[in-house]
Design a protein around this ligand. Structure first.
Ligand code: SF4
Length: 236
């Protein structure tokens, strides 16, 4: 496969897309049409009992986030915030012990989440990103690469968070505000399945989509090559 036929679903705008409509159409790059072998191979994963059950419950939960589904023609009517979706999904999976891996900057949100999960009958353990109080220098960072230059700064350690939740044998983990990259490490090292409640966005009150929604206006600079901010200039 060359680059032109690599999947570009985000740019697809066909009327009856092959991925949603039987005998539908797709552009030249359409993976539903071009990658049958890969798709068939990937689908075999759902034959594994644990994966099948997880995927099935996720899809049932997805549908149950809408009401009035019996009314035709159906107009989407979602009713559940994500935190409720997580509780209901965890109940469907008969999970009892939930782990929260959170960012120190969202301590209050993690506490509120703990209270909600406990109120819903779950056992909860939580681990902050700074656990271990390991210096950033141990990663090879120089002083000027820290947030508070000239001060001790403990590194975020998602691998430690995952190790502790693994040791606690949590059934399911929930991420609250881990940084980009730190979240990736947590996903890689967590033994239990993980979902995200909050994606950190320091500027947009943890609503990263807001920058996409305003990329035609206030965030138009994101569509130009090179992202320039005042802070970048001060640092150089
Ligand atoms: S799978 Fe094909 S039809 Fe569906 S969005 Fe991707 S390119 Fe379009």
């Amino acid at each position: 496969m060359n680059d032109e036929s690599s999947p570009q679903c985000a740019l697809c705008s066909v009327k009856d897309p092959a991925c949603r409509v039987e005998n539908g159409t797709g552009p030249e790059s359409c993976p539903t049409k071009n990658y049958r072998e890969t798709i068939e191979k990937a689908l075999k994963e759902y034959d594994k009992l644990e994966i099948r059950e997880f995927a099935k419950m996720a899809s049932i939960q997805e549908a149950e986030c809408y009401i009035n589904r019996h009314i035709k023609p159906y107009v989407l009517h979602p009713v559940k915030p994500r935190v409720q979706e997580i509780c209901e999904f965890a109940n469907k999976m008969r999970y009892n012990k939930l782990g929260i891996a959170f960012c120190a900057g969202l301590h209050s949100e993690a506490r509120t989440l703990t209270n909600i999960l406990k109120a819903q009958g779950f056992q909860v353990v939580s681990v902050v990103c700074k656990t271990g109080c390991t210096s950033k220098e141990s990663l090879g960072l120089k002083d000027e690469q820290k947030i508070r230059i000239g001060e001790f700064e403990s590194m975020c350690s998602p691998i430690v968070q995952a190790a502790l939740l693994n040791e606690e044998r949590t059934d399911f983990n929930i991420l609250v505000g881990l940084c980009v990259g730190h979240d990736s490490l947590f996903f890689k090292y967590s033994k239990a399945f993980t979902t995200v409640l909050i994606s950190k966005d320091r500027v947009l009150a943890h609503n990263p989509a807001a920058a996409l929604y305003t990329s035609g206006s206030y965030y138009a600079r994101l569509l130009r090559q090179g992202i320039d901010t005042p802070q970048d200039k001060e640092c150089t």
